[in-house]
Design a protein around this ligand. Sequence first.
Ligand SMILES: [Zn+2]
Length: 153
Amino acid sequence: MTGATHLLAGAAVYSVARTRTKLDGTTRAAPLALALAFTSHFLLDAALHFELSLPWQYALAAAAGLFIFQVARQAGDKYLLLGGIAGALPDAICASGASQAFIRLHAFFHFKPVFHVPFQMLCLEFAIALLLACLLARNELASPLPTPERKHY
Ligand SMILES: [Zn+2]
């Protein structure tokens, strides 16, 4: 799964958890929402997907990160970007080599291709990423943080 999809999924999970819980759409839901965003990574990695090369991964992740940053700025929710980062964090932990146990856990959940994954799966992933971006923007901009918590940065 691309880092961009993980970023968008993490931010979307955070956004839905913040705005659709009984916590009045404030950031009081942030710890739970960030944990759910982190967990979303393993669910997405378990799905059949096409693996892109690292340069494409970085370029798409940068674009997704800028999009999330812009939505977070407009909604006044600094945790939204953290939600995206939480969604992509397991890959960063694995790339850092910080924990062999975590790498094994990540590999346990990750899809294992035993056949050639068709390129069309990448198109499907892009469609899903686009839907996540639309959901994220619509959800956040329809439920900006209440004024006292809202900060412009
Ligand atoms: Zn992963």
